[in-house]
Structure formats: structure tokens, C-alpha cells
Design a protein around this ligand. Structure first.
Ligand code: PRX
Length: 571
């Protein structure tokens, strides 16, 4: 195994000292970096933006934003003023501490202003991925009891306003908006707003951001994070992203997902670096151009994107000058050794895998710069984090045993609760102290962790986490569908693709048109990325006696594997 180790490139922070004593790191050392250390009253948006504007960095570029139509830059001072103005607009329509303000729009500077403005008021921001369709939008706004939604004229049609009694205001970011009882014209009010705002100082455990994510059962759940998470965002920005003052950093994730907020907003701005946001869709040309144009030094992306770049060929890559790059990282799915080798050959960079989840709020297991990489391993827990492989009773297993990847309670960015569902929050823990991730893994003798798969039926497709239940429920709403079971099918580029097994109601005929119709039904109601790429019709689906579809059997069918114990199956 050692022959394939890629030696450390050393970063500014040599964490080797911590390696044998992860639990000795004291997070309160990090707190002392922040202005709130003495008062205990805090606001993450102040620490991320205003603090730098006030401390001699006001003219430093905080944000380079571009897409097909816009090309802009904002200094820390300009970001401070813009987020104050957005905060004013929201305050004027009644937003105050603890309110849920959802933001449903494509990436644009206004999205970031509105999100920071929301936080400055002590309200809770809820970012929604722009591809969500009506059903998905409704579930999230309803569960969170959102009071305000910031969106665009193009997307507002997907918001079933009449079915959302708690939603009071629709803030529309676009031209020529006519205001009424509910609609608010963001841009006009923003232009007129005063660039100063009294920040709401909150407790470190007060709610900050709500990200909806999927498990294998039930509707998507709202993972609530609090201001205190900044401690870990900041520290991992230093240790793992290796950010230094002069860095230009690009995280390719959309803020609809946790990577796009924890590491697309908070970590880089808490560290005071220049942050690049590129709007629009993925294309290899566009991405290489973005790296070249902004002279990006630190780049955080995902395996699917790296695999697509790899597939686009090295000729394309050679057309661009990527010499500014210093540090490359990945998250979201297993990073294949093959991709790491491509990174070394084509870019001359080690790609550093990092492991964490929506629920964990920040990175936990990582390949940081001062550490040797074993391709295929997610790395080791960062200092201050204790990870282990435990059995189903919470007993710690010895090295090289497969089991549940678990983290000892107590890292700063841990979720506070599951919105509306405290019992769901409790179900994450085994033996009181171990947070159980739902991933299976093993740890080798040297303390490196190796991802093996999900224990539940959650699907990771192109880095996005999709719950089979949400798709199955939607499929059942289609008039032709009698039963539906959804699984992730391994795929070389996307990690997994969504496959649905369906049995039809009497009177419907299996054919390609019906397949296509069912697929676009899910696309229209939930989101493009949630629609099954493959649909297979079966006369009936395997079920337990209580009527639950056995996804494990569907998976075995798909992979030509033995179906295992079928004793609970309905005969
Ligand atoms: O299965 C693991 C996978 O992504 C899941 C978490 O998904 P989500 O909450 O959407 O957050 C994604 C980004 C923070 C995990 O339970 N996952 C995440 N990182 C890795 C990974 N699988 C393998 N290797 C990783 N580095």
C-alpha cells in the first residue's frame, strides 16, 4: 500500500504534531481569534465581512462574480455596504431575529447580499437550489415556516403561494417589479437603502442557516446550523484549505448545498481572502477559463466535476495557464485513485479529498497539506475531532473492520437540531456520544479512513444527495404508477445515477413514451437532478410483509448479486 502513497506537500500548518492526539486540540483557542470572544455575542456575517472592512482590508477584493451576462467585483467595504442594504430591505418588510428567510435563485451577487443581510438581522437563511420545482419548493417552505422568500420573476411561478399560509412576502430580484401586498421590489429598494445597519448580536447557539437534505425515509429534513459553526469554518479554512491572505479561492458548489455556504461563503470570508463565484452551468472550457482568468490559487470542487474534466481530455487543459493553482481539494463522493493520478499527471497537483456532511457543518476527515495522501482514502480526522468505526451497538471496532463511520460529539460546527423533528436529531446518535454518519468505512492501522458506501439507501448522484423516498412518493402520484422503488446505480462519471423500478397500474402499457412521461413528471415536480435516468418496468416489486419496497433486493437485481435474506419478503 505504501508504494502508492503520495508524499506531503507541506502547508503552512504542520498538523503532524496533532496526529496521535486528535482529542487534545482545544477549540476554545480558535474562539480567541474573534471579536466576540469577550462579549459572547456574535454574528457570523459581521465576522466574515464587516470585520475585514474595519481592519485595514476595506479595499481588498472580497468577491469576483461573473456569469454569461455579468462581470463584477466587490471589495470588503462594498460587500459590507451591500449586505447592510439588503438587511435594510428585509428589515423594512418585517424580518427580525429567528425568522426564516428563504432564498431561491440562481447564483448572483444579490443572492450573497441577501443571505448576508438575513444573517445580520439574526434571521435564519434557507438557501434553495435553483433547479427545485414546485413540489420540492413547497415541502421546504412549509416545513420551515418561511416568512419571506427572496426569488426572481423567472422562478416565482414555482412557489405555490396560496398553499403556504406562513409565507408573508415575496422579495423579487428583477427589473420592473410591481409591488403589491405580498410582492416586494428588491432592486429599487436596495438602491435606495442606507448602507448601514445595526447588526443583531446573537448568542453563539442561535440559528443561522437551514439546509434541507435527504435521508432514506421521509421527506427532506431541515438541518439547522448556528453561528458557532464559524469556529470550524475558520479553522478548516486555515488547516485544510490552507488559505493565506493573498489567496484567490474558488469553491464550485452552489449555495443551495452546504458546501456552497460553509465553504463558498463562510470559510473564505472568515479567512479574509478573495472569493470567486462563477454563475452558470458546468463546462470544461468555462471552468478552466475561470481558473486562468482569476489566477485561482485554491480550488475546492467535486469528483464528478474532476471526472468530467478528465473526460474532456488533456489537450483542452493544456490550452489554459493554470500555473497560479497551489492547492486542490474535493468533497461529496468517493474520489477515485484514478482521478488523483490524473490530477498529478495533468495538473501536477495532488487532489485532497475531504469528508463531511450537511449535518456536520464543516470538514471532519481530511487530507490536509502536511499529510501524505493514500489515494482512495478520505484521510484522517482533523485535530479536535475523534472519528471511529463502531458496530451497531456503538462499540468501537479495531483497525481494518468495516462498520459505521462515527464521530465523537463535540465539534463546533455540528448541527443544532433537525427543524421540527427533534426525535430525528436524536436518532443520529449511538450510545449517547457517537454521531453515526450513515456511511460505512474502515480505518487502517495508520489511522486513515476508507469510505465503503452508504448504509442507508441515500443516493449520491453527481455529488448531490437525493433521498429515494422523495422520488418514490412523487412517482406514486403519477396515474400510471402502482408501485415504485428507487436505487442508486453505479456510474463511472456521476458516481451513481438514479434508477426507478416501477410496476404499472392495470390498463397501462410498458413503453418508452410512458417512461419518458414519468421521467419528465418527476423533473417538473421535483427537480431535474432527482428524475430517474433509468426506468425499468416489472410486474411486481419485492416487498416486506408490511408492504415496504425492499430496495436492497432491487439493488441486488441491478448488480446481479445474491438477494440475501428474503425471510421478511411477502410471498
Ligand atoms: O456518503 C457521504 C458522501 O456524502 C454524504 C453527505 O452528503 P451531503 O450531506 O450532501 O454533503 C456533501 C458535502 C459535504 C456522506 O454521508 N461524501 C461526502 N464526502 C465524501 C463522501 N463520500 C466519499 N468520500 C468523500 N470525501
Amino acid at each position: 500500500m505504501n508504494s502508492s502513497v503520495i508524499k506531503s506537500s507541506n502547508g503552512e500548518h504542520n498538523l503532524a504534531n496533532y496526529e496521535s492526539s486528535a482529542s487534545e486540540f482545544d477549540w476554545s483557542q480558535v474562539e480567541k481569534q474573534f471579536s466576540w470572544y469577550n462579549t459572547g455575542k456574535v454574528n457570523i456575517a459581521y465576522e466574515a465581512i464587516d470585520r475585514h472592512a474595519e481592519s485595514g482590508n476595506k479595499d481588498k477584493i472580497a468577491l469576483y462574480y461573473s456569469d454569461a451576462k455579468r462581470d463584477e467585483k466587490y471589495s470588503y467595504q462594498e460587500m459590507k455596504e451591500a449586505s447592510d442594504k439588503a438587511g435594510r430591505v428585509l428589515q423594512d418588510i418585517g424580518v427580525s431575529k429567528g425568522d426564516r428567510v428563504f432564498i431561491f435563485m440562481p447564483r448572483s451577487p444579490e443572492l450573497y447580499f441577501a443571505l448576508l443581510g438575513t444573517l445580520k438581522l439574526g434571521a435564519i437563511a434557507g438557501p434553495l437550489f435553483e433547479a427545485f420545482m414546485e413540489g420540492a419548493v413547497k415541502d421546504r417552505l412549509e416545513d420551515s415556516g418561511a416568512k419571506v422568500l427572496v426569488t426572481t420573476p423567472e422562478l416565482v411561478g414555482r412557489v405555490p403561494v396560496d398553499e403556504l399560509p406562513e409565507l408573508q412576502k415575496l422579495v423579487l430580484v428583477g427589473e420592473n417589479i410591481e409591488e403589491d401586498e405580498q410582492k416586494v421590489d428588491f432592486l429599487t429598494r436596495f438602491q435606495q437603502a442606507s448602507p448601514s445597519l445595526d447588526i443583531e448580536w446573537v448568542d453563539r447557539e442561535d440559528g443561522m442557516i437551514l439546509h434541507y437534505t435527504s435521508g432514506s425515509t421521509g421527506k427532506p429534513k431541515g438541518v439547522l446550523h448556528v453561528h458557532n459553526a464559524m469556529i470550524q469554518h475558520y479553522q478548516t479554512a486555515k488547516w485544510v484549505l490552507d488559505l493565506k491572505d493573498e489567496d484567490v479561492y474558488w469553491c464550485t458548489a452552489d449555495p443551495g448545498w452546504v458546501t456552497g455556504t460553509s465553504y463558498g461563503i463562510f470559510a473564505p470570508w472568515l479567512a479574509g481572502v478573495t472569493n470567486v463565484i462563477r454563475g452558470g452551468r458546468f463546462s470544461p472550457d468555462d471552468w478552466y477559463q475561470t481558473l486562468e482568468r482569476y489566477k485561482v490559487t485554491v480550488w475546492y470542487s467535486a469528483p464528478t466535476a474532476f471526472r468530467m474534466l478528465m473526460g474532456a481530455g488533456d489537450e483542452l487543459l493544456k490550452k489554459y495557464d493554470l500555473s497560479s493553482l497551489r492547492h486542490v481539494l474535493s468533497v461529496g463522493e468517493p474520489l477515485n485513485p484514478e482521478v488523483i493520478r490524473w490530477g498529478m499527471d495533468a495538473m501536477n497537483h495532488r487532489i485532497h479529498d475531504t469528508w463531511w456532511m450537511t449535518e456536520t457543518g464543516a470538514m471532519l476527515i481530511c487530507n490536509y497539506p502536511s499529510m501524505d495522501i493514500k489515494p482512495g482514502s478520505m484521510g484522517k480526522p482533523i485535530p479536535g475531532v475523534e472519528a471511529a468505526i463502531v458496530d451497531d451497538e456503538g462499540k468501537v471496532l479495531p483497525p481494518n473492520s468495516m462498520g459505521n463511520l462515527a464521530i465523537k460529539k463535540g465539534w463546533p460546527s455540528m448541527m443544532k437540531t433537525i427543524w421540527n423533528r427533534p426525535e430525528k436529531f436524536n436518532s443520529y446518535f449511538l450510545g449517547g456520544d457517537w454521531y453515526v454518519s450513515g456511511d460505512s468505512a474502515y480505518m487502517d492501522e495508520e489511522g486513515y479512513f476508507w469510505f465503503q458506501g452508504r448504509i442507508d439507501d441515500v443516493i449520491m448522484t453527481a455529488g448531490e444527495r437525493v433521498g429515494p423516498f422523495e422520488i418514490e412518493s412523487k412517482l406514486l402520484e403519477h396515474p400510471a404508477v402502482a408501485e415504485a422503488g428507487v436505487i442508486g446505480k453505479p456510474d463511472e462519471v456521476r458516481g451513481e445515477i438514479i434508477k426507478a423500478f416501477i410496476s404499472l397500474r392495470d390498463g397501462y402499457e410498458e413503453n418508452e413514451e410512458l417512461q419518458e412521461e414519468i421521467r419528465s413528471f418527476v423533473k417538473k415536480e421535483l427537480a431535474g437532478h432527482a428524475a430517474p435516468r433509468e426506468i425499468e418496468f416489472r410486474d411486481s416489486l419485492p416487498k416486506t410483509r408490511s408492504g415496504k419496497i425492499m430496495r436492497r433486493v432491487l439493488k441486488a437485481w441491478e448488480l446481479d448479486l445474491p438477494t440475501g435474506d428474503l425471510s421478511t419478503m411477502e410471498k
